[in-house]
Design a protein around this ligand. Structure first.
Ligand SMILES: [Zn+2]
Length: 196
């Protein structure tokens, strides 16, 4: 399950909206123009109150949820404070998610084992984008092959933009790969021992 598929609340947006004034507001989520969820919320200095209803799939009965998630504040570099939520698991997070299918409670992404592919695997995400650019140009997805030529009918500036993006991602990817090796380096002596 990916974070992109879940209903979430970002306390930074709620703070921008309310300045933690303790006034009750509501927000809703929709998919393809249809409202799928709505919630009342109130942000105060000490916590975020949530009031919402969920429907039990089996009995069809509505259940009312009234929860408070604690907040904590850290100083910002340029003055002011930044607000965080404290998930019941103890983690300090900016975002909480409604349990994907299994729970009606808001928890952090660690609690629900949610993944964000591009964040966890920057190399894979960049490789996918490089291959997408190659495909768009009608070339091979093999990254070791030369960059594809400009296809007939594609404007020069469009081609130049793709080439520029490609070079930029390629450079970042090299850095990401180096970092990964750096992270692996302490393991190398162990691996060598095992192989000998
Ligand atoms: Zn948690």
């Amino acid at each position: 399950m990916h974070v992109e598929d879940c209903i979430d609340l970002d306390v930074r947006s709620l703070y921008k909206w309310s300045r933690a004034d303790g006034v009750t507001r509501s927000c809703s989520w929709s998919r393809r123009g249809e409202e799928i969820a709505a919630i009342h919320w109130r942000l105060e200095k000490e916590g975020l109150d949530l009031v919402y209803k969920s429907t039990d799939k089996r009995s069809g009965k509505d259940e009312l949820h009234i929860h408070r998630i604690s907040t904590t504040w850290t100083p910002c570099h340029f003055g002011g404070e930044r607000v965080w939520l404290v998930c019941p698991c103890g983690r300090r997070v900016a975002k909480i998610y409604l349990g994907p299918g299994k729970s009606d409670l808001f928890r952090c992404r660690h609690c629900y084992g949610l993944t964000n592919e591009s964040r966890h695997n920057p190399i894979a995400a960049r490789r996918n984008r490089l291959q997408a650019i190659r495909r768009k140009l009608g070339g091979s997805v093999d990254l070791s092959q030369p960059f594809p030529d400009r296809p007939k009918g594609m404007r020069r500036c469009a081609y130049a933009r793709l080439l520029e993006e490609y070079r930029q991602i390629e450079a970042n990817m090299t850095i990401a790969i180096f970092r990964q090796f750096e992270f692996m380096r302490p393991l190398m002596p162990l691996l060598q021992q095992r192989n000998s």
